[in-house]
Design a binder for this molecule. Structure first.
Ligand SMILES: [Fe+2]
Length: 136
């Protein structure tokens, strides 16, 4: 399954949408590599990309939330922290054992799940709030 950013994932804040598109593209690279039987070679680069990405990206979203006094800030941030926890677990596994099928399968599951559930539900909800604030 390949994954593509479509407007249904749009949060409506250009900076956040751009960052999400970048993530989609990186995850897609991994999925393409898996399809070609080269997933194990690609997983290290996705994990190192994610290390910086999560800090920058979650920082961006959380700043918007704090600046605009978003009432669901804590709940949203808890989802980010959960993702960071999952990511650190994958990274530790990669560092300890290298790329194996278990790691590949779990990485795919964690990131695809994130794209679909967190961005589509939680981030778009934040987007609607920010838009309403802007319009008011
Ligand atoms: Fe988020």
């Amino acid at each position: 399954m390949l994954i593509k950013w479509t407007p249904q994932y749009a949060v409506g804040v250009p900076e956040i949408d751009r960052q999400h598109q970048e993530l989609f593209s990186k995850v897609n690279d991994l999925l393409v590599a898996c399809r070609q039987g080269e997933g194990k070679q690609k997983i290290g680069s996705l994990l190192s990309f994610l290390g910086d990405y999560v800090k920058i990206h979650f920082g961006t979203e959380e700043k918007f939330m704090r600046d605009q006094a978003y009432p669901e800030y804590e709940k949203h941030r808890a989802e980010h922290e959960k993702f960071v926890g999952n990511f650190l677990e994958l990274k530790a596994k990669f560092e300890a054992e290298g790329a194996g099928l278990w790691l590949l399968a779990h990485t795919n599951r964690v990131v695809v799940d994130w794209l679909i559930n967190h961005i589509m539900m939680t981030d778009t909800k934040l987007g609607s709030f920010l838009k309403a604030k802007q319009d008011s």
